[in-house]
Design a protein around this ligand. Structure first.
Ligand code: SF4
Ligand code: SF4
Length: 185
């Protein structure tokens, strides 16, 4: 899809400035070469591809982006940033869009992805590291449509000592809690 094929709604003229300020990335330097899209491992399932996300930011398309699946299907792998000739990193840009969507109450179109994201963060907040068993239990409770974990495989991993059944808190959990406090999470 060319940039000219994108459908444009109401323009929010301050949107690009705000995203730039919060993400620390110069979104206006994008000239739509699409190298980010070509390298992105999840672009094939996104409604708007990484280069289109940049173009829509430049065009002030806040409503389209904050309600898009693209912002929830980015896995933050940073491939786009390493390929971009203008050194634009999509990962912090998309994280910024996720936070804006949550702050402004946009519905999350990928509920299972958000449930996993939240369960992962809650696990680190509680134990200082991920504890797989309790994280997956929370994920299952949070997401009625979650892909159920394979408990038989999980039991095998526990029996072989690859993952622990009982969670353990790290010694300096206070430092992790301070990070969460600073992030307002
Ligand atoms: S690689 Fe960089 S310049 Fe090219 S489309 Fe992606 S963000 Fe824009
Ligand atoms: S950081 Fe996100 S947008 Fe960039 S390549 Fe990885 S998954 Fe795609």
């Amino acid at each position: 899809m060319n940039a000219s094929d994108l459908r444009i709604n109401n323009i929010d003229s301050s949107f690009a400035d705000l995203v730039q300020e919060r993400s620390g990335e110069n979104v206006r330097r994008c000239y739509y070469c699409q190298k980010c899209t070509v390298g992105c491992p999840t672009a094939y399932v996104m409604d708007y591809k990484p280069a289109q996300v940049l173009k829509l930011i430049q065009l002030g398309q806040k409503d389209i982006l904050l309600g898009s699946t693209a912002i929830w299907l980015c896995v933050g792998c940073e491939t786009c940033g390493t390929r971009c000739p203008n050194e634009i990193r999509l990962a912090p840009v998309i994280d910024t869009l996720k936070y804006m969507a949550l702050e402004e109450g946009y519905p999350v179109p990928e509920a299972a992805v958000y449930a996993l994201h939240r369960s992962f963060l809650d696990s680190i907040k509680l134990w200082g590291r991920v504890h797989e068993a309790t994280m997956l239990a929370e994920y299952t409770l949070r997401s009625p449509r979650a892909i159920l974990p394979d408990w038989r495989l999980g039991m095998q991993l526990i029996l072989k000592g690859k993952i622990s059944f009982m969670p353990e808190r790290i010694k300096r959990l206070g430092e992790v809690e301070a990070l969460y406090k600073r992030a307002g999470s």
